[in-house]
Ligand binder design. Structure first.
Ligand SMILES: C[S@@+](CC[C@H](N)C(=O)[O-])C[C@H]1O[C@@H](n2cnc3c(N)ncnc32)[C@H](O)[C@@H]1O
Length: 497
């Protein structure tokens, strides 16, 4: 459909005559307004308000046949078509309205909501933003934009949009509900509970997931305030029938609190968790990380156990929740220097997210990883000529000097001291071979173990320990999100001298 058919003027005038004959009020309004078109519009609005969308659509179309350049009438027609789920007609009508008058915030808002419903995120975001420029007081546009950014996982921006919407319209329960979830993501647990309570007061009772989040928020906040033991004791009472397994609450509280820098509370939780299972290498190492212990690498038993457990959820969590795309970004950076390799090694290949990116560069790709769980996932892709279970440095030291590409995406973060690995990589690469790697960037000149259990490195340090290589290019980037905040990282392409 490329245009909307309007009735001819003769048909409309016959309708007007019949309305005047049968509805005396209509005749009076035509007389008052001096033209049948605005009277038809008024009648159309009455039909619309009373849910008679079909009749409203016919009435607006009739009015438009008399005044086809009225942008408000086109918007009204768009709104009723939208209410009738005739999206194509609604879009044509609202676009016509905006062609005639591109400065009407209501029309942009209609386009924004319609495109939003049709999942046309780009059009919708643009239209919400235009609505806001034209009418900064539109609570609905701020909320619509906030919810859209929430879906796009742009949490910080979403939070500010929804906050503005709540300031402009404090009695919208949906806005408070969204704010509760966004505050939770931002680790503002007090704000989260306050917003959920306001949403519950203004609208319907909260759903199960939200009630569970509220109980978590109350518990995490008490922990941040130094009442860790008490919060754990009180959790079941707070959550009531909605309670989750206390071990999961303790585990999640530990990772949330360490990720957002509440290290004392995290350490106390870490000790509680370790006391429950003193032989668990994951609990031990993560407590050490939160306590700021100095180490040169993550223990192998930690990596194996952690990734074996994590493997089935890895892709979903990394790609979706954490917005991880280092393999793709590194491959793009690599392609600026070289795109043809005879023997490629994916070091710390994990589930094989890099394989798809490396396939265009050559066909001989080997994957190495210490975790058999991760290797099992990688094997499902059927893209590696070989998958080897081995510790990375040990594998490189045993490899004959033949690789022309070593690709290490997000695996060097488990090494502090990179010297052994870089020297083994130099030994496994042919002269002119490429090492592509990613690191997280931290503070300070060398490397340091972060509370997350991952190491951060500075570029100066990497330059210092890569004497066998020439650095071809570096690129700063966000590696992933952590507690919804971007983790700064660095991609480096270096060539074996
Ligand atoms: C965060 S994952 C990244 C996986 C993959 N490179 C990607 O980009 O999706 C880190 C991987 O490095 C592996 N790894 C960490 N330290 C290792 C080591 N010393 N030797 C071998 N593999 C290691 C882990 O088992 C895990 O699969």
């Amino acid at each position: 459909m490329t245009s909307i058919q309007l009735p001819d003027v003769g048909t409309t005038m016959a309708l007007v005559a019949s309305l005047e004959a049968n509805l005396p009020d209509f005749g009076r309004i035509v007389h008052q307004l001096g033209h049948p078109a605005p009277a038809l519009r008024r009648l159309g609005l009455i039909h619309w308000e009373n849910g008679r969308f079909e009749t409203a659509a016919r009435t607006f179309a009739a009015a438009l046949s008399l005044t086809p350049d009225d942008p408000d009438l086109w918007r009204d027609l768009a709104n009723v078509h939208s209410a009738l789920d005739r999206d194509e007609q609604a879009l044509l009508a609202i676009r016509r309205s905006l062609e005639i008058d591109s400065c009407n915030p209501h029309s942009w808002q209609t386009l924004a909501s319609l495109a939003d419903r049709l999942d046309d995120i780009e059009t919708s975001e643009d239209a919400y933003r235009r609505t806001i420029v034209l009418n900064p007081e539109s609570a609905a546009a701020h909320l619509g934009l906030g919810l859209l950014l929430f879906r796009k996982k742009k949490y910080e921006e979403a939070l500010s949009s929804v906050k503005i919407s709540v300031e402009l319209d404090p009695v919208n329960g949906l806005a408070h509900y969204a704010l509760g979830h966004l505050f939770f993501i931002a680790s503002d647990f007090t704000g989260s509970v306050r917003s959920f309570d306001e949403a519950a007061r203004l609208t319907l009772p909260l759903d199960l997931l939200t009630r569970q989040k509220r109980a978590r928020a109350l518990t995490f906040q008490a922990m941040i305030e130094g009442r860790v033991q008490e919060a754990l004791r009180e959790y079941e009472q707070i959550a009531g029938d909605d309670r989750e397994d206390l071990e999961i609450i303790t585990r999640d509280a530990f990772s949330v609190l360490s990720a957002c820098g509440h290290l004392e509370a995290a350490a106390e939780l870490g000790r509680i968790r370790l006391a429950e299972d003193p032989s668990d290498p994951v609990r031990r190492y993560l407590l050490d990380a939160v306590l700021g212990k100095t180490m040169v690498a993550a223990p192998h038993e930690y990596i194996e156990q952690y990734f074996d457990c994590f493997a089935p959820q890895f892709d979903g969590k990394l790609l979706d929740t954490l917005q991880y795309n280092a393999p793709q970004q590194m491959a793009n950076l690599l392609a600026r220097h070289r795109t043809n390799f005879a023997h490629m090694l994916d070091l710390g290949c994990g589930t094989g997210l890099a394989a798809k990116e490396l396939m265009p560069f050559g066909s001989a790709l080997i994957g190495v990883d210490i975790s058999s769980g991760m290797l099992a996932e990688a094997a499902k892709r059927k893209e590696y000529v070989d998958l080897v279970k081995s510790e990375a440095v040990a594998y490189l030291q045993g490899a004959t000097k033949h690789f022309d590409l070593i690709f290490a995406a997000d695996s060097l973060i488990y090494f502090g001291d990179l010297e052994p690995l870089l020297s083994a990589a130099a030994g496994a690469l042919v002269r002119g071979g490429i090492l592509a790697l990613s690191v997280e960037v931290g503070e300070g000149p060398g490397f340091n173990l972060q509370p997350s259990g991952r190491f951060a490195h500075s570029l100066e340090y990497i330059k210092k320990v890569s004497a066998d290589f020439t650095i071809l290019e570096t690129q700063e980037s966000t590696i992933r999100l952590e507690a919804a905040r971007p983790v700064p990282g660095l991609y480096i392409i270096m060539e074996r001298r």
